[in-house]
Structures are given as C-alpha cells and as structure tokens.
Design a protein around this ligand. Structure first.
Ligand SMILES: Cc1cc2nc3c(=O)[nH]c(=O)nc-3n(C[C@H](O)[C@H](O)[C@H](O)COP(=O)(O)O)c2cc1C
Length: 198
C-alpha cells in the first residue's frame, strides 16, 4: 500500500496485507478479526471470528445462524470488522452490511472442515446456556457415531456471512504516533478516499 499515492480501490491493498499477515506472522490465526454487531435495542457487542474469504464483494466468516451475533445481524445488518497486526503496525477497519452467503458456498466450506468441527456445528446451539461440558461432548460423540463412514451434511443453522465493503480504513503505524490513515468509502460501486490525521 503506497500511502503517498493511494490506489483507487482498497481491495488489492487489503489482499496484500492479508497475505502478508499470513506469511509474516508466526501465529495460528493471523486472519482473526473482531466482529462488532449492534442488537435491536442498540447494545453493541464484539467477538472474534476468522476471515475465510475475501474479494471486492466483501469479507466472509462462518458461524451459527442462531447465535447471538446472528440474531443481532438479523435485526441490524450494520457491522464492523477490525483486524490488528501488532508486529506489522497495521490495522484495517471495515464497516458494512452483513448478509448470508449462498447455501452452496456454505456447503463447500463446511465439507472442507475437520469431522470434529462438523460434528461440533451440529452439537452446539451456540450462545445458548450449557449445563456442563459433558453434555456437549456426549452430543458430539453420538453425532460422530451416527455419521461414521459417511459425510456429515451442513446443518441449516450454520453457514457464512459476507460483510460488504462500505468503508475501509487502512492504518499503518509510524514513530511518534505519526501514523498513515486512508479511509475509503464505496458509493454505488465506486471508491473515494480521504487521508485522515493520525
Ligand atoms: C481467535 C478466535 C476465532 C474465532 N472464530 C470464530 C468463528 O470464525 N466463528 C464463530 O462462530 N466463532 C468464532 N470464535 C468464537 C467467538 O468469538 C464467539 O465466542 C462465538 O461465536 C459466540 O459469539 P456470540 O454469542 O456473540 O454469537 C472465535 C474466537 C476466537 C478467540
């Protein structure tokens, strides 16, 4: 990303930063991102999710469609994603609208997951109270036995969301807190940008 002469669209720079975070960081989840949602009664809530897909149409993560976050997004599709790579002194902020991806896209990703994760998606009513861990593990064991030797299908209550890229800010840290910031805004498919003071 050349902050002296920012490209017209942020998409390629974001992809480069995601690739570099992947290549340069010795952490298991360099594409972990903070998803913030707002409930119907205006209460904000943040949690981590994993970025699993990215292009000009948006950023994709997977979750339970009946979880607290999904309930928030059902009522209010405005969300934000926040990436931070401390050792690279970089931050990416995304604001956009969340929508479910197609069932086919979710099926493809679900099929690529480990069996235990697939059984877990069936077993866990994410965000609901759980009496104890043994209850959950018994469900996982029973489900794994049920599908032994067969492919585990994707539960309808589990799949992906795509967050559109409405505003994107790329932030590069510098000494003396004299950081670079460029905020892009997308209107009807065309990008505009503004440089912000650090
Ligand atoms: C590094 C990290 C990555 C995570 N990735 C996901 C994810 O991709 N999808 C997901 O549903 N939960 C993920 N979680 C768990 C969520 O942070 C959260 O606990 C869970 O989704 C329930 O959130 P909710 O009750 O607000 O819906 C992750 C947690 C961590 C710490």
């Amino acid at each position: 990303m050349n902050f002296n002469s920012p490209p017209n669209s942020p998409v390629q720079s974001m992809q480069e930063w995601f690739d570099e975070a992947h290549e340069l960081r010795p952490t298991p989840n360099p594409l972990a991102t903070t998803l913030s949602t707002v409930s119907a009664d205006g209460i904000p809530s943040s949690r981590m999710v994993l970025l699993k897909g990215f292009n000009e149409h948006g950023a994709v993560f997977y979750t339970n469609y009946e979880s607290e976050k999904a309930n928030d997004m059902k009522e209010n599709d405005a969300v934000s994603l926040l990436f931070h790579w401390d050792d690279l002194q970089r931050q990416v902020r995304i604001q956009g609208r969340a929508e479910k991806i197609s069932a086919e896209e979710s099926d493809t990703y679900f099929a690529s997951r480990a069996k235990l994760s697939q059984a877990g998606a069936w077993a866990s009513a994410q965000s609901q109270p759980l009496k104890n861990r043994a209850v959950l593990m018994a469900k996982v064991t029973a489900l794994t036995a049920k599908w032994i030797g067969r492919n585990i299908p994707r539960p309808e209550h589990w799949g992906g969301f795509r967050v559109s890229l409405d505003t994107v800010e790329l932030w590069q840290g510098h000494d003396g807190r004299l950081h670079d910031r460029i905020r892009y805004t997308c209107t009807d498919g065309s990008w505009d940008w503004v440089r912000l003071q650090p």
